[in-house]
Design a protein around this ligand. Structure first.
Ligand SMILES: NC(=O)c1ccc[n+]([C@@H]2O[C@H](COP(=O)([O-])OP(=O)(O)OC[C@H]3O[C@@H](n4cnc5c(N)ncnc54)[C@H](OP(=O)(O)O)[C@@H]3O)[C@@H](O)[C@H]2O)c1
Length: 368
């Protein structure tokens, strides 16, 4: 649906926007991004042209008001969105055109490389772009190289913590990244931080679900697939071109057993006893070793390990040339829609500010 033409843009009149945006995904993160766009002076030169979910869309060639776009979208009658969001980003050769993917959609992630190849920049919280099969990751990389369009993925890992930018900076400075280790699931860190054996583990899972800390199906969190995708994204950014099959992922409970709370409680009680017996701490760890081996699962860590500290922050230890004695360790709140949206906006603003950032290719025959 097209919004009324009188709808004001984010950019003040007379101040040419530096970038046009299309937002795909208007759930928790998408809505938090709209709130942030509305409140941030730094976002004044961005123009939001369209917002869409899987079943609704709202478009205004003159720009939408970010603060009310989510409510306006809710009032739109469901209907199929246009096949290509680039159709909303009229190329004029002057402004950067940015597609923001704030969904977890496989179908959208499969199109990231195509958008980049057309000259549009992509900013995403969707891990299925860089954290899926190797072919998709390579296609995204090649499309960027072809057109100079940029791919902002800071929000895919650590929900806005500057983990990928730190890796990129170290590599740009000539460092080799030898190994990585991280606690990358806020949900699993929350559960393990509280698990002391006084209550069954499944009771804690129920509490986390009631607090909105888990996926609607918490067994997905316990499987660790999300963390596997994050490890793939980090490892590839660190220069290790891993195929998805290279990650050895050990779910908290054997999937063959199905969602069996009693079996989960027995397995977790066993892990806790082993950790305590060895004077260690139980953590869910994503690890890339120096020999390229990658794994995701529970580990019993020494109490002085940087990943063993109490709390449910995201943490990443980066072993690289310039810090031979101890890894560079980054940590902080790495979950939640607000910080994820902040990570998305950081990437959007960096693209909009980049001198000579690629522009969407005008259609053949156009002079602009
Ligand atoms: N929530 C967090 O704290 C958090 C933290 C870090 C990263 N992330 C990542 O951020 C992304 C979004 O998370 P969320 O919590 O906001 O999820 P969510 O609340 O489930 O919202 C997902 C949104 O994507 C939309 N969508 C799905 N397929 C689409 C399509 N083909 N075209 C356009 N929109 C489509 C959904 O529309 P329908 O409702 O119509 O399906 C919905 O609006 C995910 O990749 C997630 O892993 C989230």
């Amino acid at each position: 649906m097209n919004a009324p033409a009188s709808c004001p843009a984010l950019a003040p009149a007379g101040d040419a926007p530096a970038a046009d945006l299309v937002l795909l995904g208007c759930g928790q993160v998408g809505r938090a991004l709209l709130r942030r766009l509305h409140g941030q002076p730094a976002a004044a030169r961005l123009r939001l042209l369209a917002v869409a979910t899987s079943s609704r869309h709202l478009h205004a060639a003159s720009g939408l008001v970010a603060g009310s776009a989510a409510d306006a979208l809710d009032r739109v009658a469901p209907g199929a969105a246009p096949a290509d969001p680039l159709a909303w980003l009229a190329p004029d050769g002057r402004r950067a055109a940015i597609v923001v993917d704030a969904s977890a959609s496989e179908a959208l992630a499969a199109r990231h490389a195509r958008w980049l190849a057309a000259g549009a920049h992509v900013v995403t919280a969707n891990k299925r772009g860089l954290g899926a099969g190797q072919e998709r990751w390579l296609a995204i990389r090649d499309a960027q190289a072809l057109t100079g369009a940029r791919y902002g993925a800071s929000a895919t890992v650590g929900a806005g913590l500057p983990l990928l930018p730190a890796i990129a900076r170290l590599r740009a400075g000539g460092d080799r990244i030898h190994a990585l280790a991280g606690t990358l699931s806020g949900t699993l860190s929350w559960l393990l931080d509280r698990y002391d054996g006084s209550r069954p583990f499944s009771a804690l899972v129920g509490q986390a679900r009631a607090l909105g800390l888990t996926e609607p199906d918490p067994w997905q969190d316990l499987g660790g697939l999300d963390v596997e995708r994050k490890l793939l994204i980090l490892a590839r950014a660190a220069g290790h071109a891993l195929p998805a099959s290279a990650v050895r992922r050990r779910p908290l409970l054997d999937p063959a057993k199905g969602p069996d709370a009693a079996a989960l409680d027995r397995a977790m009680a066993g892990w806790l006893a082993r950790a305590r017996g060895a004077g260690r701490v139980l953590r869910h760890v994503a690890r890339l070793d120096a020999d390229g081996a990658a794994r995701v699962g529970l580990e019993c860590l020494a109490p002085d390990d940087p990943l063993a500290r109490p709390g449910c922050e995201n943490r990443l230890a980066i072993h690289c040339d310039r810090y031979p004695e101890a890894p560079l360790t980054l940590s902080g709140p790495g979950a939640g829609p607000a910080v994820t949206a902040a990570g998305l906006l950081d990437d959007v603003l960096a693209i909009a500010a980049a001198p000579g950032a690629g522009r969407l290719a005008p259609p053949p025959g156009s002079r602009s």
